[in-house]
Every structure is written in structure tokens, then in C-alpha cells.
Ligand binder design. Structure first.
Ligand SMILES: *[C@@H]1O[C@H](CO)[C@@H](O)[C@H](O)[C@H]1NC(C)=O
Ligand SMILES: *[C@@H]1O[C@H](CO)[C@@H](O)[C@H](O)[C@H]1NC(C)=O
Ligand SMILES: *[C@@H]1O[C@H](CO)[C@@H](O)[C@H](O)[C@H]1NC(C)=O
Ligand SMILES: *[C@@H]1O[C@H](CO)[C@@H](O)[C@H](O)[C@H]1NC(C)=O
Ligand SMILES: *[C@@H]1O[C@H](CO)[C@@H](O)[C@H](O)[C@H]1NC(C)=O
Ligand SMILES: *[C@@H]1O[C@H](CO)[C@@H](O)[C@H](O)[C@H]1NC(C)=O
Ligand SMILES: *[C@@H]1O[C@H](CO)[C@@H](O)[C@H](O)[C@H]1NC(C)=O
Length: 796
């Protein structure tokens, strides 16, 4: 699922099946599709063929294996399937469209439902699931996080200097592909490709597509997508080229070059750059034009993971989310587990289904899940009313009004007799009387539906001179700067009420909209984006998700030149960079930072890198107040996880909570994957730890979903800094006593590990049945190793 967008695009997504934007419509559509899914399961559909993934765990051969072994693995898949097809006319060779032979063991095939059900019963099979769709959900952001100053001068303590700008780390994404001509991916000043790289540049039918010493690999995976369409894909789909924009944007945010002189119609001027600007990048195209239930399909996602692990990537950035109920049936969870086994850091989006609770996507413990928040840059465009009231909105309109007052009119006051009030208040297409809007600024509500530039185009054609766009939800303080056809200012709900009051009380109301400017140091910042998905975790309630938050509102980065910035057919304008919002945009910020940490500490595990990012995050904003949500109430770890990332602190965390693959295997034991299935993951036979509790997974946050009386939780800290003595400090969650033993830990050398226990006890009569939040900090006076404490106690 796509996790991107300006709020406008966010609206647009709402009319596309299981999209994630938190609107009621979304949920209705979502449940409707579940309903249809159930229906289809209960309808007798003999011989109906569907596209499936058959997951068999891991391979016994190792990563150095030759193509002989890959072919042998592939043959074994044919043989295996053949044994189920004896009675039918199908052949395994015709049915299988992917054989996963490198790290992930399994295949994707078109199968009859009954055959799929039979295969699922085989003891060597971990899971069989339908090949379903998931969705996709600059400049200033790095300065906001302290990597450079306002003038883009990089201070000596910046992680960029210390980590050599992510030199030669290999960052890849699974997305809509890449626009290889973008300057963000040019290879000037890059040396030879790192020798460990085994990837290729798969041009397909696109002979103009090229890789270079910066963009070192590109591949496309479309068979899973094609298997869901009624007509075969033609050769125009055989290319890793990004014709959508999303993939180029996310890849350049993670590892794009420094490209000076970038702006959006003159706004947000600066040097565009990724988190690891000297990284090598690779693109695995798995997302295609949206169809019924998604745009990025499981079978393709698994194939891309298998290949990316083989090719030798260090960091995988995955701005995709789909509904999941079980990790063994989820391509991102499976693929990233295999990646983690090979030491690859996987970073995923939290999803754009906020601001409601328990909407979080990507909930497994073995990757980093990223929420989205604002930065301290705005593009203010003021609304000046005839009564001298000035309201601050935002815009990226490219056209400006002549300096004078214009009459303003509410959409409902310009309503055509044929239109409903509900449609007119939103200024929907064809609901307003052109005679009434001509020469005026029109006041429209920004409803939970897609406001297209095409509609603005209609308003413009009708003769309207400008638009004031008001939020329709009192809880929503997020106003966004979008590319508008008309001079437009997007204002908050409460400012919208002021405009309506003025119109109601004035005989001939007038207004003016100022041309947008770029303003820095906006306060408060950051605060949580209204769309960012929230915990608690619905699959493993003992693991806090999201893990971290990063900038995801109006991020400027590289774009495709195949589409106009408004994604509308009439828009022949082409831009090399574009501002987008979403957890799709926050995710690659963490990927870029993970790339810097990998350059600095090549031997660190993915878990250690995650720990460094989480324990050094801040839960305060630029007014030194606790982080807020989009309605300016205090946010909780369910919105931001450990807090907002602070890259310069992450390079010197002092201590880390490291986790081994064995610990993740233990989680799988608890989650119900049996011994035979487990042993298939790898040649290292894993035995379930007796009595393992996920509460004791060595995670950098602590969550107890169901505390009755008391519980003791175990953790281990590893020293990655100088010798030091750490003392613990705890902020108790309301109604909970927390005791840490021992409360002092002494470390002599690097790599030394020390265990401690955290005892949480409900205070007498204080059980709450709702979640309460606290914090545990280990400090030597120089390093602060923070962990959120999240507890729900039950009344006895
Ligand atoms: C793979 O091969 C390389 C070089 O031939 C060797 O250094 C490395 O140890 C091998 N890895 C494994 C897992 O066998
Ligand atoms: C390929 O298919 C797409 C979508 O179905 C269509 O828009 C395009 O024109 C086709 N291209 C060729 C070369 O046939
Ligand atoms: C708006 O109206 C125009 C002309 O009637 C039509 O072509 C277009 O598809 C409509 N757009 C939307 C978003 O309804
Ligand atoms: C403005 O007037 C309309 C009717 O003319 C009324 O329905 C609405 O409540 C008024 N709005 C405000 C904010 O006073
Ligand atoms: C912010 O938090 C308050 C208090 O928990 C809640 O009522 C409100 O709905 C939240 N707003 C958003 C946009 O999440
Ligand atoms: C398992 O854990 C429970 C509760 O922590 C404990 O009472 C029990 O003795 C443990 N069993 C074993 C075999 O360790
Ligand atoms: C929480 O505890 C209650 C009562 O002990 C139990 O019914 C429920 O299943 C538990 N829920 C979880 C998520 O463990």
C-alpha cells in the first residue's frame, strides 16, 4: 500500500479499495472487502484458479551457492508441486511463475483452491497464502535533525562527517522503480562499484534505462501483478523505470546525491539530499498501476526480497503496508525475516491509517517501523479578510493574485439547484453556478474525499480567482501546502469558522490570498501527522509499534518526469523534484540514517542499529515540550514509538539492546510456528527456548499489555562506548511501581554485556484497563539510553 502524499493525494487514495487514510470511507471499503473475501470462501468454486504463494522456509545451501544449486532448488519446487497435480491436466512448469531459490524457499503459482488447501497440509509447508496486494502509502529535513545548519553548513559533530556521508553502503528500496536520469542518482565523483555487489541492471524492454556507479542495480518483478490481471502484461511493463514518482522520491530520500538549487516553484529552496548521500543505491520495482486490491503484490515482494538479499544490499527501505493477521502469511514479514538473518537492516512504513488506535501496519519485531511527523518548515499563504483579520494557511500555488481585495463566496451560496448542500460545501465538480463564482474567491471545505486538481481546473474555468480550503475536522490542525491550480490557502477548521462568520456578518465580504513564502523555525515542531498509523500492536501486543518517528510531511525529493506533479492528464508540466507527505516519506529517512550507522559500525547487527536509533530519540519538540498530536494534545508512544529520531545522538548511543536471530525464532515459537517449520528456515537447527516470553525479547522498548499484580522483565545491555558506570532512572507510568535490579551497571570494555530485571507492579487499587506510559533511562552522565514503558493493568 502506498504510504505517501499531500493530504490531497491522501484523499485521492480513499476511493481505491483497501487504502489507508483513516477516513470512515476507508474502513467501510476495508470491511466490505473482508466481507467479500469471506463470501468468496463460502461459495463453492471448484476448479477456480487463483494466484498463491507457497512458503517453505529457508534453503539449506548458503549464500555462496552456485546457479547449479539454485536450479536444483527450483527443480525441487517443480517436483513437489507435480506430486499434487497428478490427477489434473496442469503441469508444475505451467503453474509456477516464481521459484524462490536463493534465501527464501518457496514458489508462487496459479493453483486450484483445493490443490492449495492440500499443499497447506503438507508438513514441510510453512504457509500458503493468496498473492494479494499491498499499497504504497528534502532538503530541510536533515537540517531540522541537526545534520546541517540553516545555511546548509555541516558542523563537525554531524553524523554526516563522522560516517563519511554513508560512503559505499548499499541502500535499496522495494517500490515503484526509479527515474535513472535524476541528478539524485548521477555517478559523478563515485568510484568503482563495491566488489561485494552481485546485482544487475535489468533494462527489460526499456533500452534507455541505465544504471551507473551510483545507481548500481535495478530489477523489476511483475509476474505476481500480472497473475491477478485478466489480460497478459505487454512489454511496456518490463522495466524498472518509475513512471509514478513514489519510488524515485523514497530512494533519493534514503540515499540520493546532494543536488543544489532545488525548489518547488521557488519554495523550499535548497540542496536536495538523501540521508546517506554517498551511498550506492538499487531499485527493486514491485509496485504497478493500482488494480482491485492493491498495487504491490506478495509474490513480487517475496521475489524482490530473495534477490535483494542475494545481490548484497545493506539496507532495505520498504514504504509499503498491507493488512496482516499473521506474519507467516505476510510477504514483508517473511522477506524481512530472511533479510535480518543475513544482517540486512529492513525499514518499513507504519501506514497512513491514523489517527485512530490499533491502525499500525508492519508490526513484526525484526524491522524498524516508522511513523510520520512534521518538520519546522512551512509554506505560509495568508488569508486577509475585509475586516482586517489575517489567517495563516499553507500553499504551494504557482499563480498569484493581483494586489486587491476580491469578493468571496461560500460554495453553498453558489450552489446550483440540481446539487446537494453536501456536495456544494466541498465545491465538487458541477455543483456550483459559474455565474456566481466568477471573479470571486470561493470558500470550500476539504472533505474526506479526493479534491482533484481537475476540480480546481473546473473552478478556474468557471472564472473563480482563488480558493480558501478549510479543514472539516475540528481535531485536525494539519494544514498542507499542495500544488494548486488557483491561488489557494489551506486553513484549519477554527480559522474556517472565522471566515464563515465574517461572510455571514458582512454585506459584501472580500478577501485576499498572499503568495506563499518559505518559513523556517515554525513552532511547535515536530508534531505527529494526522495520517500516521498508531499502536497498540494487534499481532504481538508485547512489542511497541511504531518504533520511531521521522519527518513525513511535505518532504522534497526526486520525482519521475513521466508524470506531471499533480498526476493529472492535463498537467504537461514536468518537475525533477516534488513535495510529498506520508509514512512512505518518513521511512526512507530512517533508512538513510541506518546507512550512516552501517558505514560507521559495519559489524553491528540490525537490532543494534535499531536500538541506537530508538534509545537516543527525543520525546520533546522544539519548544522543549512533550511531542503533540495533530490536535495539539500530548501524543503517546503509540504515535511516536521511542520518539523523534536524533541522528547525531544515534552514532554514540553508549549502550545497545542487541537481539539475535535466535530471539526472533523464539518469538516465532510463541506465535505458533512448529518445530519442523522452524527448522526449514535455515540449516542452523533452532530449538524453542522453554518458557520463552515475548516480554523478554531484548527490545529497546518495554510493553506489558495485560499486567495483573506484577511481572518481572529481563533485558541485556551491551556496551558500545568507553568504560562507564550507568545508573537507571525511571518515570513510573501512572499507577505502576517500577523497580530495576541492579540499578547500577558497570562496563569495562566494548562488547561487554550486563543483564538486569525490571519489575512492574500495579499499585493497590490503581488498575486502569487503559494504557499508561513511562520511561526508563540508563545514563552515565553523557549518554542517555531511553526506553518507553507501556503498560495496561487489569483490575483484579
Ligand atoms: C563465501 O565466499 C567467500 C569468498 O569465496 C568467503 O570469504 C566466505 O567465507 C564464503 N561465505 C560462506 C558463508 O561460505
Ligand atoms: C500496454 O498496456 C498498457 C495498459 O494496458 C497500455 O496503456 C499500453 O498502451 C500498452 N502498450 C503497448 C506497447 O501495447
Ligand atoms: C469534472 O468535470 C469534468 C467536466 O465535466 C470531467 O471531465 C471530470 O472528469 C470531472 N472530474 C471529477 C474529479 O469528477
Ligand atoms: C452562517 O450562516 C448560515 C446560514 O446563512 C448558517 O447556517 C451558519 O450556521 C452560519 N455560520 C456561522 C459560523 O455562523
Ligand atoms: C490527540 O489526542 C487527544 C487526547 O488523547 C485525542 O482526543 C485526539 O483525538 C487526538 N488527535 C489526533 C489527531 O490524534
Ligand atoms: C516458566 O515460567 C514460569 C513463570 O515465569 C515459572 O513459574 C516456571 O517455573 C517456569 N518453568 C520453567 C520450566 O522454567
Ligand atoms: C488479558 O488477561 C485477561 C484476564 O486474565 C485474559 O482474559 C485476556 O485474554 C488477556 N489478554 C491478553 C492480550 O493477553
Amino acid at each position: 500500500m502506498r504510504v505517501l502524499m499531500s493530504v490531497r493525494e491522501w484523499m485521492k487514495t480513499s476511493n481505491m479499495s483497501i487504502k489507508s487514510d483513516g477516513s470512515l470511507l476507508q474502513y467501510c471499503v476495508y470491511f466490505l472487502s473482508l466481507f467479500f473475501l469471506l463470501l468468496s470462501l463460502h461459495t463453492p468454486t471448484f476448479a477456480l484458479k487463483k494466484s498463491y504463494v507457497v512458503y517453505l522456509g529457508g534453503h539449506l545451501h548458503d549464500s555462496n551457492s552456485s546457479s547449479v544449486e539454485f536450479n536444483r532448488a527450483s527443480d525441487s519446487h517443480y517436483e513437489f508441486l507435480e506430486s499434487f497435480l497428478e490427477s489434473s491436466s496442469d503441469t508444475a512448469k505451467d503453474s509456477i511463475f516464481y521459484s524462490y531459490t536463493r534465501h527464501i524457499n518457496g514458489f508462487a503459482a496459479i493453483l486450484e483452491e483445493q490443490v492449495a488447501a492440500e499443499i497447506a497440509k503438507h508438513p514441510n509447508v510453512v504457509s500458503v497464502f493468496e498473492n494479494k496486494g499491498k499499497k504504497l502509502q528534502t532538503t530541510r529535513t536533515w537540517g531540522f535533525m541537526g545534520l546541517e545548519d540553516d545555511n546548509e553548513v555541516i558542523p563537525s559533530n554531524s553524523i554526516w562527517n563522522k560516517a563519511r556521508f554513508g560512503e559505499d553502503v548499499i541502500i535499496a528500496n522495494l517500490d515503484t522503480g526509479v527515474w535513472p536520469e535524476s541528478k539524485s542518482f548521477s555517478d559523478e565523483e563515485f568510484g568503482p562499484i563495491p566488489s561485494k555487489w552481485r546485482g544487475i541492471c535489468e533494462k527489460g524492454s526499456d533500452l534507455d534505462f541505465h544504471c551507473n556507479r551510483k545507481l548500481i542495480g535495478a530489477r523489476y518483478f511483475n509476474k505476481g501483478y500480472g497473475s491477478r490481471l485478466s489480460t497478459p502484461l505487454n512489454s511496456s511493463f518490463n522495466t524498472p523505470r518509475d513512471i509514478e514518482g513514489h519510488g524515485s522520491h523514497t530512494l533519493s530520500t534514503a540515499g540520493g546525491n546532494m543536488v543544489p538549487g532545488v525548489s518547488i516553484f521557488g519554495q523550499g529552496y535548497g540542496t536536495a539530499k538523501g540521508g546517506s548521500p554517498k551511498a550506492r543505491v538499487a531499485s527493486y520495482k514491485v509496485c504497478w498501476p493500482p488494480v482491485i486490491d492493491g498495487e504491490c503484490f506478495d509474490a513480487d515482494i517475496l521475489a524482490a526480497f530473495d534477490m535483494a538479499i542475494h545481490d548484497g544490499v545493506d539496507i532495505l527501505s520498504v514504504s509499503l503496508v498491507g493488512p496482516t493477521f499473521n506474519f507467516l502469511y505476510d510477504s514483508i514479514a517473511i522477506g524481512s525475516f530472511h533479510a535480518a538473518m543475513k544482517g540486512i537492516v529492513v525499514v518499513c512504513s507504519a501506514g497512513n491509517t491514523g489517527p485512530f488506535d490499533a491502525t499500525i501496519g508492519n508490526q513484526a519485531p525484526w524491522y524498524i517501523t516508522v511513523a510520520a511527523s512534521t518538520m519546522d518548515r512551512q509554506f505560509p499563504s495568508y488569508v486577509v479578510l475585509g475586516n482586517n483579520l489575517i489567517l495563516k494557511g499553507e500553499s504551494l500555488s504557482a499563480t498569484r493574485l493581483a494586489r486587491k481585495f476580491y469578493p468571496i463566496i461560500k460554495g453553498t451560496d453558489a450552489k446550483l439547484a440540481s446539487a446537494t448542500n453536501e456536495d456544494a460545501v466541498l465545491c465538487k465538480n458541477g455543483t456550483l453556478d459559474p455565474k456566481k463564482v466568477k471573479g470571486k474567491i470561493v470558500v470550500c471545505q476539504n472533505g474526506q474525499y479526493f479534491r482533484s486538481n481537475e476540480e480546481e481546473q473546473v473552478l478556474k474555468a468557471d472564472g473563480a480567482v482563488g480558493m480558501i480550503l478549510c479543514n472539516n475536522m475540528i481535531i485536525d490542525n494539519v494544514i498542507t501546502a499542495a500544488l494548486h491550480v488557483l491561488p489557494t490557502s489551506h486553513i484549519s477548521f477554527s480559522d474556517g469558522v472565522q471566515v464563515i462568520n465574517y461572510i455571514n456578518s458582512s454585506k459584501s465580504p472580500v478577501a485576499y490570498i498572499t503568495y506563499p513564502t518559505t518559513k523556517l523555525h515554525i513552532k511547535p515542531a515536530p508534531f505527529m501527522a494526522v495520517f500516521s498509523s498508531k499502536g497498540p500492536n494487534t499481532i504481538v501486543p508485547e512489542i511497541l509499534k511504531p518504533d520511531i518517528t521521522a519527518p513525513g510531511v511535505l518532504v522534497i525529493a526526486a520525482y519521475t518526469e513521466a508524470e506531471g506533479p499533480t498526476n493529472q492528464g492535463f498537467d504537461y508540466h514536468r518537475v525533477k523534484f516534488k513535495a510529498l507527505s506520508g509514512t512512505s516519506m518518513s521511512c526512507p529517512h530512517i533508512s538513510g540514517i541506518a546507512g550512516l550507522l552501517k558505514t560507521l559500525y559495519p559489524s553491528w547487527s540490525p537490532a543494534a542499529i535499531k536500538s541506537a536509533i530508538m534509545t537516543t530519540a527525543t520525546t520533546f519538540d522544539n519548544e522543549a515540550e512533550p511531542l503533540l498530536n495533530a490536535s495539539y494534545s500530548q501524543a503517546t508512544p503509540f504515535s511516536y514509538g521511542a520518539g523523534h529520531v536524533q541522528p547525531n545522538n544515534a552514532m554514540d548511543p553508549g549502550l545497545v539492546y542487541d537481539t539475535t536471530i535466535d530471539d526472533y525464532f523464539n518469538c516465532l515459537c510463541v506465535l505458533g510456528i512448529n518445530g519442523t517449520q522452524r527448522s526449514m528456515f535455515s540449516n542452523a537447527n533452532h530449538h524453542c527456548h522453554k518458557n520463552f516470553s515475548i516480554l523478554n525479547l531484548n527490545y529497546p522498548s518495554i510493553t506489558v499489555p495485560n499486567l495483573s499484580g506484577s511481572v518481572t522483565i529481563k533485558r541485556t545491555l551491551k556496551n558500545v562506548g568507553p568504560p562507564a558506570t550507568y545508573t537507571v532512572h525511571v518515570q513510573n507510568p501512572n499507577g505502576i511501581n517500577v523497580a530495576v535490579k541492579p540499578s547500577i551497571l558497570e562496563f569495562q570494555h566494548v562488547g561487554e554485556e550486563k543483564k538486569f530485571e525490571v519489575r512492574l507492579k500495579v499499585k493497590k487499587g490503581k488498575g486502569t484497563q487503559s494504557y499508561v506510559f513511562g520511561k526508563m533511562t540508563w545514563s552515565d552522565g553523557k549518554h542517555y539510553v531511553n526506553s518507553p514503558l507501556v503498560v495496561k493493568s487489569i483490575i483484579k
